[in-house]
Design a protein around this ligand. Structure first.
Ligand SMILES: Cc1cc2nc3c(=O)[nH]c(=O)nc-3n(C[C@H](O)[C@H](O)[C@H](O)COP(=O)(O)OP(=O)(O)OC[C@H]3O[C@@H](n4cnc5c(N)ncnc54)[C@H](O)[C@@H]3O)c2cc1C
Length: 386
């Protein structure tokens, strides 16, 4: 033990992301002898990404799609620090919090997700509705619903044509249309537009794209592909070709940015500022710092930023932290190249995509709902055993 009370086996988890909730459970079930596990969490209710569009559409309650980190920490014997990490003093081996407090670590692991990129589109920070952090987004969603009911918002646009953008646009549409119908108004008083710089769902097969082009058209969501948004104002979006699109609310789901505080840590970063990790999930220039989920870039096996990989990293991360704490060498993790994406359509209907394979139907919603609820139960059951 160091003079300041730091133990080599003091394991500090920064962020309650998908990989870290698995760690809490794993270390709770099989405690690490002689180690103290601490979780630093900015938000005490952490969202499960798979169910988020369902929350937005009104299919799930908030608590059904969020993990109560305080309850999970209590059930697993984890020390919880409610705070936001803003730096890492690697020489002094401390995590620095926004409050000015510091938390000493022997081994640290970072799973803090991404932040929205509000700098590449003029006016986005002022007029756009960023989807992350999710807690702030859900508050803004309620304001948007109230404005649509009051008739002060009539044109809703989303910028970003990846899976999150498409799901979110369709889920928001479902919710606003349901509100307007409940008020006895014509849902056609609302207009929806999806704007994307590339083609729709660029990482998916052409058949998946065709399904979503059809679904968007059926739901009267105007689609602008290959047309980057360059500026957002209070009542419109301006595109790169000079055209303007009426919009009094604009959701931003464009490419993610890395948390800005990473730059001051001296940790190895990739060219976009994400933590550069090797196959053992250790940052490549610091064996005592691990990282997983969207905030990390696997240098040897880059994968798209998705909840699926953040969840899958949980097990190897737990194993390697355990090995390091016991003085054993960590072992590499090689994530699979492809995964099944179950993309929701704003209704209880899903399009499944895996490489060239595509299927769709209401039965896939039933399957997805079962998978998601089962995943959540693993962490909520823990919490209820306090
Ligand atoms: C609308 C939408 C739908 C999506 N649907 C899917 C889907 O169906 N399937 C899928 O695989 N992916 C989906 N994604 C992507 C998915 O949300 C992310 O890939 C996933 O959340 C990444 O998990 P993570 O563990 O890296 O980070 P996160 O889930 O973002 O968790 C990070 C945690 O760290 C905390 N935190 C952040 N900063 C700090 C800090 N400085 N200090 C302390 N704590 C901090 C946050 O409060 C949060 O609890 C979707 C995304 C969106 C926006």
């Amino acid at each position: 033990m160091g003079t300041d009370g730091t133990r080599e086996s003091d394991i500090v988890l920064v962020g309650g992301g998908h990989a870290h909730v698995h760690l809490l459970k794993a270390f709770g079930e099989q405690p690490l002898a002689g180690s103290r596990v601490t979780l630093i969490a900015r938000d005490l209710m952490t969202p499960y990404s798979g169910m988020l569009p369902g929350v937005v559409a009104g299919f799930y309650r908030f608590d059904e799609a969020h993990i109560d980190l305080a309850a999970l920490a209590a059930a697993t014997g984890t020390r919880l620090v409610h705070g936001e990490a803003v730096g890492l003093d690697r020489e002094g081996k401390r995590v620095i919090l926004a409050s000015g407090l510091t938390v000493p670590y022997g081994l640290a692991s970072i799973d803090v997700g991404i932040q929205p990129d509000l700098t590449s589109i003029e006016g986005a920070a002022q007029h756009g509705i960023a989807v992350k952090p999710i807690a702030a987004f859900l508050v803004k969603l309620e304001r948007l619903r109230a404005a649509a009911r009051a008739g002060t918002v009539r044109h809703v646009a989303a910028v970003g044509g990846g899976a999150a953008g498409v799901e979110l646009m369709l889920a928001v549409r479902t919710r606003l249309v349901a509100d307007v119908i409940a008020d006895g108004r014509d849902p056609r008083s609302l207009a929806f537009t999806l704007i994307t710089a590339e083609e729709l769902l660029p990482t998916h097969h052409v058949r998946v794209r065709a399904s979503f082009r059809r679904i968007l058209a059926e739901r009267r969501v105007a689609l602008h592909e290959g047309r980057p948004a360059v500026a957002i104002a209070a009542d419109h979006v301006r595109l790169g070709d000079g055209a303007t699109i009426a919009a009094d609310a604009v959701l931003i789901t464009t490419r993610a940015a890395a948390p800005a505080w990473f730059a001051s840590t001296g940790l190895a970063l990739d060219r976009r500022g994400f933590l550069a990790v090797g196959p053992t999930l250790q940052v490549i220039n610091d064996a005592d710092v691990f990282a997983a989920g969207d905030c990390a870039e696997l240098i040897e096996t880059p994968r798209e930023k998705s909840g699926v990989y953040a969840v899958r990293a949980g097990e190897p991360l737990a194993g390697n932290l355990r090995r390091r704490a016991h003085g054993q060498p960590p072992i590499p993790w090689w994530p699979q190249k492809r995964h099944l994406s179950l993309i929701t359509t704003g209704e209880r209907y899903v399009v499944a995509s895996r490489g060239p394979l595509k299927a769709e139907g209401a039965w896939l919603w039933t399957l997805k709902d079962w998978i998601d609820r089962r995943w959540m139960r693993a962490y909520q059951v823990q919490a209820s055993t306090r």
